[in-house]
Design a protein around this ligand. Structure first.
Ligand SMILES: Cc1ncc(COP(=O)(O)O)c(C=O)c1O
Length: 406
């Protein structure tokens, strides 16, 4: 949100003045700007993928991806225990079973645990690139290939991150992004699905638009092949998203510069361990994450600087997802957990089921780099607009606070 400005305003006004707010319009009318279509083309080009589909959110992007792959009743999808709830609820909404796996010091899926969690019912692994960083793409891709299952990449938190020079989201069969207000670029809300496979793109398109094929005009009766829904993006959202996409490289390079500066200042402390980054060049740099040596020192530090450890940070940790732990499904019969198509053992989620994840997150502290509201005030948090002097001061404050808590 820090860099929303004239470019977004101008693109938005073009839409308002055109009178076309819907993604479909009269192509022969020069006022129609086809912002959604152009966003899709620009996104696909930038990310080096054949197809991009704009949708209403990162959540509907995930659901579209799962449905596109035909994942549903009886299937299992492996997903990390540290992720936003939408990674998990999209699987449940598709009527499949989320199988939670451990994260390691990258705070993304631990490949070793993924191997252990595979069963004959596993249809996909959902690799979530958390906090701006690529996960273990090579290892997890290898596992999915060995077992002939899908790799879905949830890139909501890593829009713009690359791994070995290639954008995340382009390694698996389908990748998804979010454009909500906490993401690298934003349009308030919105999402993108990407794939190289034309047949999957067409199916994804149909699923997100009541069964229609891409570029429909009118209702085209008789050509629909699947019962879809409406997850469409509108022209207003796409106008802002398109302007934001042009700023992605600037955002990424500035965040990384700020983060590396802050990291260098506190690196003199040998007692803390930084989160493992698998591709220093490719990360987005939205957060600086480190592990304190003990739970006690982490608790002490979080209290001192006015945050929480990641374990207590609310939404993103399986132990805090009471609606998941309680399997609070929408209707009383408890589908998919009671689904007759599901042939596995009873599924339960409980605190302590992922001890490695618990230990890491209990000791982990996130320092905001790219969120306007850092939650830490100006003493300990920085933003994309922080000056060198401000970062120096925050670094000093942080260094002292950590020393006091060791
Ligand atoms: C990892 C992850 N997946 C999915 C989503 C869902 O995105 P949205 O809020 O756009 O629905 C988020 C959003 O925070 C996320 O962090």
């Amino acid at each position: 949100m820090d860099i929303i400005g004239d470019e977004e305003k101008e693109a938005l006004m073009e839409v308002i003045e055109s009178g076309y707010l819907f993604r479909y319009g009269d192509l022969s009318d020069s006022r129609f700007k086809a912002k959604v279509w152009n966003l899709e083309q620009d996104f696909a080009k930038k990310f080096g993928t054949n197809h991009a589909l704009a949708v209403s959110s990162g959540t509907t992007a995930l659901l579209t991806a799962l449905w596109t792959l035909g994942i549903g009743p009886g299937d299992e999808v492996i997903v990390p225990g540290y992720t936003f709830i939408a990674s998990i609820t999209s699987i449940i909404t598709a009527r499949a079973i989320p199988v939670l796996a451990e994260v390691d010091e990258t705070l993304t899926l631990d490949p070793e645990d993924v191997r252990k969690k595979i069963t004959p019912r596993t249809k996909a692994v959902m690799l979530v690139h958390m906090l701006g960083n690529p996960g273990h793409i090579d290892e997890i891709l290898k596992i999915t290939q060995e077992h002939n299952i899908h790799l879905i990449e949830d890139c909501a938190q890593a829009l713009g991150a690359t791994y070995n020079g290639k954008y995340v989201g382009t390694f698996g069969i389908i990748g998804t992004y979010s454009l909500n207000v906490y993401k690298t670029i934003t349009a308030g809300d919105g999402g993108i699905v990407i794939t190289n496979d034309e047949a999957l793109y067409k199916r994804a398109f149909s699923l997100h638009d009541q069964g229609h094929l891409p570029l429909r005009q009118g209702v085209e009766q008789g050509k629909r092949t699947v019962l879809g829904l409406n997850f469409r993006m509108n022209e207003i959202t796409a106008a802002v998203a398109g302007a934001q996409l042009k700023k992605l490289d600037y955002i990424k390079s500035t965040l990384k510069k700020n983060k590396n500066h802050l990291k260098a200042i506190i690196s003199e402390l040998k007692e803390i361990e930084f989160r493992k980054i698998l591709d220093e060049q490719g990360e987005v740099g939205t957060l600086l994450t480190f592990f304190m040596p003990t739970i006690e020192s982490a608790e002490k530090l979080s209290e001192k600087i006015g945050c929480t450890t990641i374990a207590k940070s609310g939404w993103h940790v399986y132990t805090n997802m009471e609606h998941l732990l309680g399997k609070m499904t929408i209707t009383d019969e408890g589908c998919p957990f009671t689904c007759p198509y599901y042939k596995g053992p009873e599924v339960n989620y409980y605190k302590g089921m992922l001890p490695q994840t618990d230990d890491l997150l209990n000791r982990a502290i996130n320092i905001s780099v790219g969120v306007s509201d850092t939650g830490l005030g100006s003493a300990y948090g920085i933003t994309i607009n922080s000056s060198k002097e401000e970062i120096d001061q925050v670094g000093k404050n942080l260094l002292q606070a950590i020393k006091d808590c060791l």
